[in-house]
Design a protein around this ligand. Structure first.
Ligand SMILES: O=C([O-])C(=O)C[C@H](O)[C@@H](O)C(=O)[O-]
Length: 304
């Protein structure tokens, strides 16, 4: 499983739901390896196409580079015999290149390249950043368009042309015109992954724009519901999708939208709500209040 060539990895990822597991911390907010392993083994027990370690839902932005390396190694050890493990590359070009090489050495199957932190960047600069990371590895790379690295269709076309191992675009923007332009220009040369917060919300309309899969944070604590939702999207069963949006996703968004950063905090709370103890988030995120957790638990009980 770990030695998937980029094309084979793309084929696998585009045809199933993707898991973005949380990273567990103990009471001192240190990485809790035992609980993380247990969570990954549970996640890999369902029909999932790929597992992205230390992503956004995995609070990768709050981990040190050493912790990211450890989390990736643990994920590879625990589940890579069953599910491809995709590792993160984050920050500036030098750090991202080092993380790409570390991920390959750790036995990851692919890479998700996150936006560089803080600075603004031109499209020309982003082309060089993405190309440098692709050149540094034989792994298939997926680039995440979001925040300070929102890619135009021309940029996506150029990086796809220059880098044979660039296999996918993950969209964290949701700009319909931009996605239409990108798919019209680049087509099936890349796979397209929905990556907006609570990706289910956008899944049905984005399917029309070539986005055949998404990174489900809900899958962390409601894997069966998330898989039913994904199957309904792929079958274009509008009735079933809107039923599940009304029953769970939209009321869930009402809780999620009460504080910035809750898109991640609520996932750990969701694990606690289903009796699996998600633990706390690291600052700068904040945990849900007890009252919000009770509200979420009541909501989760209705669909689990
Ligand atoms: O690393 C990331 O970008 C994510 O964790 C994305 C989320 O899984 C997002 O798609 C969601 O909340 O469903």
């Amino acid at each position: 499983m770990t030695l998937l060539p980029p094309d084979a990895l793309a084929d696998r990822l585009k045809s199933g739901l993707l898991s973005f597991p949380v990273t567990h911390f103990d009471a001192d907010l240190q990485f809790d390896e035992a609980r993380y392993r247990e969570h990954l083994a549970w996640q890999a027990g369902f029909d999932v196409a790929g597992l992205f370690a230390a992503g956004g839902t995995g609070e990768g932005f709050s981990l040190t580079p050493e912790e990211i390396d450890r989390v990736v190694r643990v994920a590879v050890e625990e589940v890579a015999d069953r599910v491809p493990v995709i590792a993160p590359a984050t920050g500036g070009t030098a750090v991202s290149v080092a993380q790409a090489q570390a991920a390959e050495a750790a036995g990851a199957s692919g890479l998700l390249l996150f936006p560089p932190y803080l600075t603004e960047a031109s499209q020309r600069g982003l082309v060089e950043h993405i190309s440098a990371v692709c050149r540094a590895t034989d792994l298939g790379v997926i680039v995440y368009s979001r925040a300070n690295a929102v890619l135009t269709d021309a940029t996506v076309a150029e990086v796809a042309e220059r880098n044979p191992n660039l296999i996918g675009l993950k969209d964290g923007v949701g700009d319909i015109e931009q996605m239409t332009r990108t798919y019209a220009r680049v087509g099936d040369r890349l796979i397209y992954i929905g990556g907006l917060p609570t990706a289910e919300t956008f899944a049905l309309p984005l399917l029309q724009l070539g986005v055949t899969t998404y990174s489900s944070a809900l899958y962390n604590f409601l894997p069966e519901f998330a898989l039913r939702f994904y199957a309904a999207v792929r079958a274009q069963d509008r009735t079933a999708v809107y039923q599940m949006l009304n029953d769970f996703v939209i009321p869930y968004l009402d809780i999620r939208d009460r504080a910035r950063g809750y898109a991640v905090s609520i996932v750990k709370a969701g694990l606690t709500a289903v009796g699996r103890d998600g633990g706390r988030v690291r600052p700068p995120l904040a945990d849900l209040t007890e009252a919000e957790l009770a509200e979420l638990t009541a909501l989760v009980d209705k669909v689990s």
